[in-house]
Design a protein around this ligand. Structure first.
Ligand code: ACM
Length: 539
């Protein structure tokens, strides 16, 4: 059966080569037809159920915003219009699948779920925005297509670190807009870390009163955080785009900002990472963190909270000399600090399981025996493939986000001055595009536990919105296609051609994107030192 699908994909793929489909991520089946669809002022958008009316509204608003056309929402399907159709069954199995037919008689988008329809709408919007002939005219004509599509992976995410640098509501909304456009569906929001704490917690107001000042390169940077009302607004905005928002409240390490606010719960740190940990020996620490997690859970309907668990060894050496930690080790028969770490994670995870949440953790937690049906692992250490295999062998649902090639704080080529490297390795567009599960040498059983892929926008080297855009565009396209499109449908040259088409959209949106073929056209944005240098800031 698999082979049959593969053959069908290949055949359709060859047919599509005749006329490249401009959509990113490339649909898993797309056939050009020799018809055209015409969008004019007054084209009718109809739909077959009241529950999908918001999708008709979304499409109408986006057509107006992106190409200046006013479509009309109507009750009845009309010839030449756009019809959204919720159906009982499609050939494809997943709820996110959709069928999009674009032709002379109109456009139809069918799916078994609203999410599927939303995916189809975004493919259609890409066709309109990329394929329009007579741009700027009152009538837009686009080529006809028959598209049958569904995602390869259910988890297609982006992490944004707003502790190191804070970007704020409008930048986050823009990111969510582009994620939706590229069918990315998970937003992992890294809100707490060493430089600052960015989420309002009403039961512990000092977390933001004290902990939200500072950034990675400026300990005196003004306070910046999201109020609970703002978080609700972002969650709703994401929800309207079928994106789940997952907060990360990192513990027991990466806790320095919280410890500035409430030093009573600090477990100390190291010379490089002062006050890095929470104190795992105090009952009050667990009560404190449980209150925080309960408030966070109430803001995020995804029912998933990421509690980090990474790099605890960077700053837990003081635990050896804390009396309460020693007592804990005796009473719980914990042999070493790793055992303490696992005890801590299990206890915090319990708080979330009781709230019916899934608990998400970095790959250090592959060494724990947390319940596999309620726990997800994020494999980030590309230099520790054994952690991935361990997580999969234990049956943990696992997201792939290995630093190389999924961390977007890495430089993209050798000309870039300010960014992360690993030896001589960069994260270029083709490295990410070429990511292939086969290279990981996993068994079919191991692969069955892989949920999907995720990029990490860590922001130590991203001090401004321009730099954020430069590091994200166009790599977001390679991420999207790696998460959505089957390997047999991927083709680097064809992808580059489509990226060039999408670059026009970035220019139109005023996005400061990295130009792969000629990086000199888009010089790297300023570093923090340059930003604070008055002579340079004038430029
Ligand atoms: C990580 O990059 N420390 C998860």
């Amino acid at each position: 059966m698999k082979f049959l699908y593969f053959s069908i994909y290949m055949l359709i793929g060859m047919a599509a080569l005749a006329q490249p489909c401009p959509i990113i991520p490339q649909p898993n089946s797309a056939k050009a037809i020799t018809e055209e669809f015409t969008l004019t002022e007054g084209t009718v958008i109809s739909y077959n159920g009241v529950e999908i009316q918001p999708l008709a509204n979304f499409l109408q608003a986006d057509l107006l915003k992106s190409v200046g056309q006013t479509a009309i929402i109507g009750k009845l399907r009309v010839s030449g219009g756009i019809h959204l159709e919720l159906v009982k069954k499609l050939r494809a199995q997943t709820g996110e699948a959709y069928v999009l037919t674009v032709g002379r008689k109109g456009t139809t988008i069918s799916a078994t779920s609203s999410h599927g329809l939303f995916n189809g709408i975004n493919s259609f919007l890409q066709l309109i925005r990329l394929g329009q002939k007579n741009a700027g005219k009152k009538t837009i004509r686009i080529a006809g297509w028959e598209i049958n599509d569904e995602p390869r992976f259910e988890w297609r995410g982006i992490l944004l670190d707003e502790s190191r640098h804070f970007f704020g509501m409008s930048t986050v909304k823009e990111l969510l807009d582009w994620m939706a456009f590229y069918k990315l569906n998970k937003f992992h929001w890294h809100l707490t870390d060493e430089p600052a704490w960015r989420i309002e917690i009403k039961s512990y107001p000092k977390l933001t009163q004290v902990g939200s000042t500072g950034s990675f390169d400026d300990p005196l940077a003004p306070a910046n955080y999201y109020t609970q009302e703002q978080i609700k607004e972002i969650v709703a905005y994401a929800g309207a785009r079928f994106i789940d928002v997952i907060p990360e409240i990192d513990m027991p390490g990466h806790a320095a900002a919280a410890n500035r606010a409430y030093p009573a719960f600090s477990g100390g740190g190291s010379s490089k990472h002062p006050e890095f940990t929470f104190n795992p020996g105090l009952d009050t620490t667990y009560r404190y963190l449980s209150s925080i997690l309960r408030e966070a859970d109430a803001l995020f309907p995804s029912n998933m909270v990421h509690i980090g668990g990474d790099e605890v060894s960077f700053g837990n050496e003081k635990w050896n000399s804390i009396l309460e930690v020693k007592k804990l080790m005796n009473s719980q028969r914990l042999r070493d600090l790793i055992a303490v770490e696992h005890y801590f994670s299990a206890r915090m995870a319990d708080t979330l399981y009781k709230l019916n949440n899934k608990v998400l953790l970095w790959d250090e937690a592959a060494d724990t025996n947390l319940p596999r049906d309620k726990t997800q692992i994020f494999w980030w250490r590309h230099d520790h493939p054994e952690q991935l295999k361990k997580a999969l062998d234990k049956g943990f649902a696992t997201v792939l986000c290995p630093r190389l090639p999924f961390y977007f704080d890495f430089k993209q080529d050798s000309t870039q001055r300010y960014g992360r490297t690993w030896g001589k390795a960069f994260v270029s567009l083709d490295k990410l595009y070429g990511f292939n599960l086969n290279d990981l040498q996993l068994s079919e059983k191991q692969q069955s536990h892989i949920l999907g892929v995720q990029a990490g926008i860590w922001t130590e080297f991203i001090p401004s919105k321009a730099k954020l855009q430069y590091m994200l565009f166009p790599r977001i396209t390679a991420l999207a296609e790696t998460g959505w499109t089957q390997d047999a449908r991927k083709d680097l040259q064809n992808f580059y051609n489509r990226v060039a088409m999408h670059s026009r959209l970035y220019r139109e949106a005023g996005i400061y994107y990295y130009e792969r073929q000629n990086p000199k056209l888009t010089p790297e944005p300023l570093t923090p030192e340059q930003i604070t240098d008055p002579a340079r800031a004038q430029q």
